[in-house]
Design a protein around this ligand. Structure first.
Ligand code: CMC
Length: 428
């Protein structure tokens, strides 16, 4: 290997593959000619070593626990910015000026409603339906009400589509929440900012005066910021993959919601609380569950532990752990689940199994404790994650379309039957 290329010796021949530079982090080997030249393909289950795209949105350094949105460290963003500004930053690449920010907020407010007929779709779901299934269906249904394909060569149309989805999606998330609780839906309020508006749509009771609680709004804002983007994770890759077939934005995001639902991905925040409740009901024996997680004959895993990329610590988890503590104190709530979570973290972090595999608490380990303190039902936790991740999905979809990435179509190493002749049913 020299500095800018990799040499592959195979079958008596030598092939050169250029190295693609990065501004920071992993550089890539461009193997686009590999199959044509050698007849070989690469095999990388779970894409552990495969770069699927060039991107300039989010960077994360798994060894040092660093996460940047458009170059800005997550710690600074979480402390100083707000979710609306982060949405702009991810979508447009720079922090907005005051004028740009007002225009962006105005663009979202223009679409701060959802067609009345969509409520009929909501009504036919049983109340027992999981909110993520409802959310994915409603998001896909948005296409029926907004069928015009976005002209990706028009900046105005791309911006408008993004603002429309940001506005309507917050309604759909609030609707799934109200549905779960059996409450009628609230309409958007253009006097409020994005997070306040969402908060009001969720929590305003028909029979009471409504007041915004700044502690709750601040907590929600921070959680949404921490979830806003995370480069090529499973749901984002799904959005990009589906969108690479030139599928529309709403349908692509709907697919991403389904991917996020899984307990190994966003669904972990629900699974963590369920696990903590189970440990509590079982007498609080934390060590027993750490042993279960280590036992290869037991398929129990410590939910909220481990990450494909972070192999030291998840910087979002550090911020969330502190926020959970602050919010519980501010709201005067004592939650046994937080004690169990802290014990679990202590025991696991000293255990050779977790240390040697570099398994640390991830963003979902403490987020559920905050959602629970805010009175959000457990099944709604992943919906909260989806609302946070939305600007990331849209930004990545937009980048993919603007780069004109080719349709995503992996290859395979086939290991099935060789060619054989069909045998008639009577002869089998
Ligand atoms: N509990 C017990 N063992 C674990 C855990 C865990 N939570 N996570 C990984 N391991 C073990 C795993 O069994 C394997 O052991 P061995 O080498 O002996 O076979 C080793 O650690 C490597 O695990 P892996 O499954 O190959 O790692 P991965 O990179 O494919 O998976 C993960 C990453 C996040 C899916 C996994 O750590 C996991 O299932 N964690 C629990 C679910 C969770 O918290 N997910 C949320 C991720 S953060 C939010 C998001 O962005 O989605």
């Amino acid at each position: 290997m020299s500095d800018n290329k990799v040499v592959l010796n195979y079958d008596g021949n030598s092939f050169e593959y250029p190295i693609v530079d990065s501004t920071i982090g992993d550089r890539g080997i461009d193997i686009s000619k590999l199959r044509d030249q050698t007849g070989l393909i690469t095999l990388d289950l779970g894409y552990k070593n495969t770069g699927a795209t060039l991107s300039d949105i989010t960077y994360l350094d798994g060894d040092n626990g660093e996460l940047y949105y458009r170059g800005y460290p997550i710690e600074q963003i979480a402390e100083k910015s707000n979710f609306s500004e982060v949405m702009y930053l991810l979508l447009h690449g720079e922090l907005p000026t005051q004028d740009q920010f007002l225009k962006f907020e105005g663009g979202i407010k223009k679409y701060n409603y959802v067609a009345d007929e969509m409520k009929k779709i909501l009504d036919v779901f049983p109340r027992s339906a999981h909110p993520m299934g409802v959310l994915s269906s409603l998001t896909s249904a948005l296409t029926a009400f907004n069928p015009k394909a976005v002209n990706v060569n028009s900046k105005e149309e791309m911006d408008e589509a993004a603002e429309m989805l940001l506005a309507k999606f917050s309604h759909l998330c609030a609707w799934t929440y109200r549905k779960k609780l059996g409450l009628s839906i609230n309409h958007g309020d253009n006097n409020l900012n994005y997070v306040e508006n969402f908060y009001k749509m969720c929590f305003r009771r028909p029979n009471m005066d409504f007041e915004l609680d700044p502690v709750v709004v601040g907590a929600l804002d921070k959680l949404l910021i921490l979830h806003a983007d995370h480069e090529q994770n499973c749901s984002t890759s799904t959005v990009r993959m589906v969108g690479s077939a030139h599928t529309g934005l709403f349908a692509s995001v709907s697919a991403g919601i389904s991917a996020l639902w899984g307990p190994l991905h966003g669904g972990a925040n629900q699974a963590v609380i369920e696990m903590l409740e189970m440990i509590e009901q079982d007498g609080g024996d934390v060590a027993k569950y750490v042993e279960k997680a280590k036992n290869k004959d037991d398929n129990f895993r410590l939910m909220g532990f481990g990450h494909r990329v972070y192999k030291n610590f998840d910087p979002r988890a550090t911020i969330i752990k502190k926020a959970a503590d602050d919010i519980l104190t501010a709201l005067g709530i004592e939650d046994k689940a937080l004690d169990i979570a802290m014990q679990l973290e202590r025991v696991a972090l000293e255990d050779e199994y977790f240390v040697s595999r570099k398994l640390y608490p991830n963003v979902d380990f403490y987020s559920g404790i905050i959602y629970r303190a805010l009175g959000i039902p457990t099944e709604m936790f992943t919906v909260m994650f989806a609302l946070g991740r939305l600007p990331g999905w849209i930004s990545q979809w937009k980048e993919m379309r603007l780069h004109n990435d080719p349709i995503g179509r992996p290859r395979q190493v086939y290991q099935g039957a060789q060619k054989r002749d069909y045998v008639d049913l009577s002869a089998r």
